[in-house]
Design a protein around this ligand. Structure first.
Ligand code: ZN
Ligand code: ZN
Length: 381
């Protein structure tokens, strides 16, 4: 049966201090006390659960073990005198130990002790402008994290004292358990696999060897990154417990929307409006690139939506490869707020386009309206 979380049972947060835990315990113990609920088996079970949670969470070492391993910290170790038939501790399992010890040692690897107490990895999302992502940038970030306690240098032991070698496992961090013919290696229940026991815990970090702090880091973002890329800063995550290795920090890149450019892999796209005199007659316009303005020749009779490719004006991906292109999409802009003279000129132009030469001037209109005519002709046939 799955056990409920001790913190949930007491209704306190994982960072609750002893006072909060005591308060929660008092309240719940009063509520479920057998004297107040005679004959109520459910209340009695609740009461036991609350008591157990309280006992574990108010014992510094047990709480640390629970935070790290969950209920497994107490189920495996034979603290409750379970099914492991005693004898497994100490030298009792020596005959099988050599064989099984080697086998399990290979499977779990020698790093088991360290892995258990290694600090957590952290993730940080960094917003960049397109320019920063394309050119690369160095940015300072502030991250809240657990850092090695300065008072005890991460050992968790009070100044002047030292963690003692665990007497249960002789510092190995592992003990052998025997059940019938099987001997298995388990993290030591006394020291939770660390190999050392703190008798006199540091009062700054309560024996954890870590304290909460925020730190400032300078992060170098390489040129060419894009949304979804991440940069791993080895060892910049949370500090490990009692001097164990720190986790890593992952900086996740998120590129902000740009006012002009849109990026797709190593190409950039932008929309450039031109008036229809220019589109019809051709000419030269200035278009933006990330390195400044460049001239773009618009040929006569350019239609709206046409893409012009400017080679090498895109982006070079952080993964290498060639520099991409800039693709400018020309959009013909219909003029607004015309004065009388302009209106008159357009009127004349319109009439001439609608005249006998209209079909030649507007081939797309012609083929469209020919198609429409055929459609209705077919319908009425
Ligand atoms: Zn031990
Ligand atoms: Zn400390």
């Amino acid at each position: 049966m799955a056990k409920s979380d001790y913190y949930e049972i007491l209704g306190v947060s994982k960072s609750a201090d002893e006072r909060e835990i005591k308060k929660a315990y008092k309240r719940l113990a009063m509520k479920f006390h057998p004297d107040r609920n005679p004959g109520n088996a459910e209340a009695e079970a609740k009461f036991k659960e609350v008591k157990e949670a309280y006992e574990i969470l108010t014992d510094e070492q047990k709480r640390a073990a629970y935070d790290q391993y969950g209920h497994a910290a107490f189920e495996q170790g034979g603290m409750g005198g379970g099914g492991f038939g005693g004898g497994g501790f100490g030298g009792g399992g020596a005959d099988f130990g050599d064989i099984f010890g080697d086998v399990f040692g290979d499977i779990f690897g020698g790093g088991r002790r360290q892995r258990a107490a290694r600090g957590s990895d952290l993730r940080y999302t960094m917003e960049l402008t397109l320019e920063e992502a394309v050119r690369g940038v160095t940015k300072e970030i502030r991250i809240p994290t657990l850092q090695e306690c300065e008072k005890c240098d991460g050992s968790g032991a009070k100044a002047g004292s030292k963690p003692h070698t665990c007497s249960t496992c002789q510092g190995a961090g592992q003990v052998q358990m025997r059940q019938g013919f099987f001997a298995v290696q388990q993290p030591c229940p006394t020291c939770q696999g660390r190999g050392t026991v703190i008798k006199d815990p540091c009062n700054a970090c309560h024996g954890h060897g870590r304290v909460e702090k925020s730190k400032t880091l300078s992060v170098k973002i390489p040129a060419g990154v894009d949304t979804g890329d991440r940069i791993r800063l080895s060892g910049e995550g949370e500090a490990g417990e009692q001097g164990a290795p720190s986790g890593d920090l992952y900086v996740q890149v998120s590129v902000k929307k740009h006012a002009i450019f849109e990026r797709e892999e190593s190409n950039l796209y932008c929309e450039v409006p031109v008036n229809f005199a220019m589109a019809a007659l051709g000419g030269e316009i200035e278009v933006p690139t990330l390195d400044g303005r460049v001239k773009l020749k618009i040929p006569a009779e350019t239609q709206t939506g046409k893409l012009f490719r400017m080679r090498g004006k895109g982006v070079k991906s952080v993964r290498g490869g060639a520099v991409g292109d800039l693709l400018c999409r020309v959009v013909v802009e219909t003029p607004v707020k015309l004065n009388e003279k302009q209106k008159q000129l357009l009127q004349e132009l319109g009439e001439s386009l609608g005249g006998p030469a209209g079909d030649t001037n507007s081939p797309r209109s012609k083929s469209f309206f020919d198609g429409v005519k055929k459609f209705f002709d077919d319908l009425t046939r």
